[in-house]
Every structure is written in C-alpha cells, then in structure tokens.
Design a protein around this ligand. Structure first.
Ligand SMILES: *Cc1c(COP(=O)(O)O)cnc(C)c1O
Length: 388
C-alpha cells in the first residue's frame, strides 16, 4: 500500500512528549493501581485548569455522569432531562438508576440543548407534579451549550444541572471553562477525545463534600472499619495511577491540541465552505469551541449529493468519517420516552442527523491528509455538476 492510501481515522489518539515520564515514575515507585501521586496530581491539575474547587479521576465519563446522578439521589421513577443530540453514554446512567429520561432537542444556532424546548418540558413536568431530579446538558462536538438561559431556567425551576463536557474540554463559555457551569461536570479521556488516557474520565464540582462522597462510591463504598464492611452500594470506578500519568502528560499539551483542531476546521472551511448546500457548524459568539470534530450539514438539493454519499466516497479512499449522532429519542433503546422538539414543527436534531457529517479532525492530521479529504469532496461537486 502506498502512503497516500494509509487509513485516515476520525479522531485518533495523539500522544505528546511527557506521558512516558509519568508512566515510568509510576512503575519505578510501584504506584500501579488506583492509588498514587499521578491520580492526586491529575485531579489537582484538572481542577486548576478548568477552575473548579475539586476533581475526581474515574475510569470513564459515563462513570462520572452515573456518580453525579447518585450524588443527586436520582432513583427509580425519577425524571431526568437530557440533550437528545449526543452519544448514548450521556443518558445510559439514567436507566442504570431506573429513572425516566426526557429528551430535549437542539437549537439550530449552536446545535446544543434548545432553551425553549427545555422550558416547555419543565412547564409540563411541573404541571404533572413531577420536578426533574436533574438536567444533563451536553456540549456537542466541542462547543458549549448556551448555558445562561439554561441555568436561568433550571434555577427558576430549582433543578440541578450536570454538564456532559466529554467533548468540550478546552472550550470556553463567556471566558470560563466549558463543563464548570453545572453542579457537576463530566469529562472524558476516551481514545477519540481531544486528550486521552486510553480510557478515563473526570468528575468536577465546587462541592468538595459531594466529591469526597464520589470517591467513596467509586471505591466500592467501603465503610471506615478495620475489616471489609459495606453499608451502601458502590462501584469500581477509579482511574489507575498509570493512566492518570498519561492524563497529566496530555493535559500539558491540551492548548496545542485545541489550536490544532481549530486549524483543521479552518482548513476545511476555507476550501469547502463555498460549495452550495454545505453549512459548517457555527461557532457561537459566547465562547470558543475546541472544534473536537469538524461537522457540517449537506443540503442535497443544493449540493447534488448527500452526507451519506460523502461518507461512502471517503470510505472508498480509506478515510473514516461518520454521520452526526443519531438523536437519542430516535434510538430503539429510548424511542418510548418523551421528547421535546425545538418547536412543534422544527425538529433540529433529526435534521442534523439526516444531513450532518463529521470529518476526520485529529490534532495529528497532516495538511496532505486534509487535502485528500478536500479533493474527494470537491471532486463530488464536479461529478454532480457535470451530470446536470
Ligand atoms: C465520549 C462521550 C461520552 C462517554 O465517555 P466515556 O469516557 O467513554 O465514558 C459521554 N458523552 C459524550 C457526549 C461523549 O462524546
């Protein structure tokens, strides 16, 4: 295979220079398990970076969302609201606790949770005498949701907010780190995220007591006794000291990773945005997106081809791309739960799913690789316009 045919991945890991040092130190000092200096320091460094009082290192972002629900005493039959346009992991912890999800559509401007759909859902819930126990707000593809109106509504209705910031580490909202606006924030270090520990997550909050309880629940809820005694249900959710070392190294290059992904977006935008029917995910004036994945919609009536055809054409050239998230209210697992569209006749997440595509966006993507992708898409324009 020639180098031009090497597979291009959607969002592969991108290691820096510092990870090995921290891993080696863990081996030399024999801190291999879920206790050790890397875990403590990774928590401190993350809390400092995002500007939160504290942080708890966990084995995944899913675990962080699950613990947030436990800390808010979510239980069987409780209502929990959640953005519909997201990865399944945002909502699964609701079902872990036997609670009932209610899905909220996106707004067209930011692609994130629609405040007007949220307001209708809150009004209905209160009319039915059932206040939701939490609202899980997702910051999709690296851009913060419009937190001001969302927080205003949630505080008016007295509902705590959990921010799923799995995709938005390094992004800001009104100058403050994305993920720090709710009662709890959850970050992911899964292999495809902007920085990775191979797998891992972080729960952040300003409530140190709640975080201490999260540590307790994440380590099998062991009572303070001389023997192994347990009065509550806990989990094995801690991050290992070795992986926390990878995280400390990755955190040092986070700002470079954000700049690189923004460069990837800018390059695609420069060469593709003039094609009729292509519309890139906008960046809102309220903050900075980390541009985790460059995403755009394609109107086939104007472009002459669909997003799905682009995914197929790229695959033929050994390039991985993917459709925008299939909204959770359309998932077989979740379609029986309530869902609130942006407006009665405007289903934004469904439209984004039908017309949207995410292009390879790794921070280690080379300009040559980007031009393989750009050439593929521009050649589709030529083919379809010559057919007319
Ligand atoms: C990746 C992702 C998660 C899950 O993160 P894990 O660390 O793999 O559990 C949750 N929510 C969103 C929006 C994600 O993109």
């Amino acid at each position: 295979m020639t180098s031009t045919n090497n597979r291009i991945y959607l969002s592969p890991p991108h290691m820096g220079k510092h990870e090995w040092g921290f891993i080696e130190e863990a081996f030399e000092t024999n801190w291999i398990s879920s206790v050790g200096p890397n875990v403590n320091l990774f928590e401190q460094e993350m809390a400092e970076y995002v500007g939160a009082e504290g942080a708890v290192a966990l084995c995944s972002c899913t675990a962080a969302i699950h613990l947030s629900l436990r800390l808010l005493n979510v239980g069987p039959g409780d209502l929990v609201f959640c953005s519909s346009l997201t990865f399944i992991a945002s909502a699964n912890p609701i079902l872990y606790e036997g609670a009932e999800p209610v899905f909220i559509d996106s707004e067209p401007a930011s692609w994130n949770m629609s405040p007007i759909a949220l307001e209708r859902a809150l009004q209905d819930a209160l009319r039915n005498g059932k206040r939701p126990k939490a609202v899980i707000v997702v910051n999709i593809y690296g851009q913060s949701a419009d937190m001001r109106p969302i927080l205003e509504l949630c505080s008016r209705y007295d509902v705590p907010v959990i921010e799923d910031a799995a995709e938005s580490l390094g992004a800001t909202y009104n100058g403050k780190a994305s993920g720090t606006f709710g009662k709890f924030g959850a970050y992911s270090f899964s292999g495809n995220k902007i920085i990775t520990t191979s797998g891992g997550g972080m729960l952040i909050s300003n409530d140190l007591e709640a975080l201490e309880r999260a540590r307790f629940l994440a380590t099998q809820a062991r009572d303070p006794a001389k023997y192994y005694q347990h009065s509550q249900l806990g989990y094995n959710y801690r991050l290992s000291n070795v992986l926390a070392g990878i995280g400390r190294g990755q955190l040092q290059v986070l700002e470079e990773r954000v700049q690189a992904r923004r460069h990837v977006f800018a390059t695609y935008y420069k060469h593709l945005s003039s094609i009729p029917g292509l519309e890139f995910m906008p960046e809102m004036s309220y903050g900075r997106s980390n541009r985790w994945l460059t995403s755009l919609t394609i109107d086939p009536a104007k472009a002459g081809f669909t997003a799905c055809q682009v995914v197929e054409a790229l695959e033929e050239r050994n390039v991985e791309s993917r459709p925008v998230w299939k909204p959770l209210h359309m998932q077989p697992l979740y379609e029986r739960y309530p869902y609130y569209p942006h407006k009665e006749n405007e289903h934004v997440a469904e439209r984004l799913f039908r017309t949207g595509i995410c292009l390879p966006s790794g921070s280690n993507l080379t300009d040559n690789e980007m031009f393989r992708i750009i050439d593929c898409i521009t050649s589709m324009v030529k083919i379809t316009s010559s057919r007319k």
